[in-house]
Design a protein. Structure first.
Length: 138
């Protein structure tokens, strides 16, 4: 009986540890606000291995600027999304200066952006949680 409860405790501990160590993705949602110049702007911070926010609601047919800042040091990252049918297409490396990605979304929908970096024999940055969504709404 004692041995059984020890095994159960060990199993529970293992689950807890693996949950803590898992690369988890939690939604951080933001709705773009249209500025006086008619442009909707959102600032995004990119780091190992996340985009913050990672769910961005955009209005359709409104010029958009995503200002992407990389956290200092650490790994190199990029931001990539290819949805030309929706007027959204970018693939740019992030440097120490903020990067401004400009486009006008023309089709409602949910589009995934990612960091496409990957080191051989290891998980890709996307697999580690470095992805997010643009939700284009009417
Ligand atoms: Cu990356």
């Amino acid at each position: 009986m004692k041995r059984t409860s020890f095994l159960i405790m060990a199993a529970i501990a293992l689950v807890v540890v693996s949950l803590v160590l898992a690369d988890e993705w939690k939604e951080k949602r933001v709705e773009a606000v249209v500025g006086q110049d008619g442009v909707q702007r959102v600032e995004i911070t990119a780091g190992s291995y996340f985009f913050d926010p990672n769910t961005i609601v955009l209005k359709i047919n409104v010029p958009t600027e995503l200002v992407v800042k990389k956290t200092p040091g650490g790994h190199g990252h990029n931001i990539m999304l290819k949805a030309p049918e929706a007027g959204i297409e970018f693939d740019q490396e992030l440097g120490s200066d903020p990067l401004t990605v400009k486009f006008t979304p023309t089709k409602a929908g949910k589009y995934m952006f990612i960091c496409s970096h990957k080191v051989p024999f290891s998980k890709s940055h996307k697999e580690r949680g470095m992805y997010g969504y643009l939700e284009v709404v009417e």
